[in-house]
Design a protein around this ligand. Structure first.
Ligand code: HEC
Length: 238
């Protein structure tokens, strides 16, 4: 009997360790999916946002919400409009938070978006995503867009991220999950590659070194290459 009890206790402990970060992994994946959906919405509205002839673009937090709702429902099966932040599930709470942060970023950018007579206004998927990440930081969740050829120092990859980016670029890996201790906290880390599409080339394509509309030097990426990654960290509750 005693032996069985010890065996059961060991098994419980073992499975406890093996699955400790499972919930956090699911959160990290959903947060990354949300940012991808949000980036798509921003990309789809980029021509509108950059339209110098227009003042009020009508790209309000409500309009953003309707568009991201459809995309994220298709990607993750979660209706962001139905979330209240009072859900029992941590995953729903996390999505509520990132969605609220995204709407705040859109609300705060209204003057920037609606400026007339200016084409590129420094509001694109990367800038949007960085600001969302900065807001989400207070919740303990880190979401970051990064690249080996990063433009903004704030997007600089850490050791884990640059290692994974090298693997992505070598074509070896798709999205990757692992648990790691970061600054003394056990984290669920999830990273997925971001590819270059036609729409990215005007800024990140050829010719290398030529200034793009934002004033950065183009990196010479080709369609289909890895531009960077979305990296998410969620603290694991023991
Ligand atoms: C209008 C020009 C423009 C277009 C088009 C554009 N980007 Fe960027 N991208 C930028 C700028 C500017 C930054 C730096 C933003 C910041 O300050 O964080 C950036 C940053 C990034 C980053 C973060 C890493 C870094 O370099 O700092 C990723 C990843 C990225 N872009 C991917 C893409 C992808 C994928 C596309 C196409 C779907 C795309 N970009 C289209 C201008 C652009």
């Amino acid at each position: 009997m005693k032996k069985i009890a010890i065996f059961l206790a060991a098994a419980a402990l073992f499975s406890g360790i093996a699955f400790a970060g499972e919930k956090e992994e699911a959160i990290a994946v959903a947060v990354a999916d949300y940012l991808l959906s949000a980036r798509d919405v921003l990309s789809n509205n980029q021509i509108l946002i950059n339209d110098a002839s227009k003042g009020d673009k009508g790209f309000t937090p409500d309009v953003y919400e309707k568009q991201v709702q459809v995309r994220f429902l298709a990607a993750a099966g979660i209706d962001v409009k139905s979330l209240t932040g009072k859900e029992n599930e941590e995953l729903h709470k996390a999505i509520y938070k990132i969605h609220a942060a995204a709407k705040e970023v859109i609300a705060e950018a209204q003057a920037q978006i609606n400026e007339k007579g200016k084409g590129f206004k420094w509001f694109n998927p990367a800038v949007f995503g960085r600001r969302v990440g900065e807001k989400l930081q207070a919740s303990g969740i880190t979401v970051k867009q990064t690249s080996l050829k990063y433009r903004n120092d704030k997007n600089k990859p850490d050791e884990f991220e640059s290692g994974m980016l090298k693997k992505f670029e070598a074509g070896k890996k798709d999205a990757h999950f692992e648990e790691a201790v970061v600054n003394g906290t056990k984290m669920a880390r999830y990273i997925l590659p971001v590819h270059v599409y036609k729409g990215c080339l005007s800024c990140h394509g050829d010719p290398i070194g030529e200034k793009d509309i934002s004033g950065y030097a183009k990196e010479g990426y080709k369609e289909g290459q890895i531009r960077g990654a979305i990296s998410v960290m969620v603290p694991i509750k023991q």
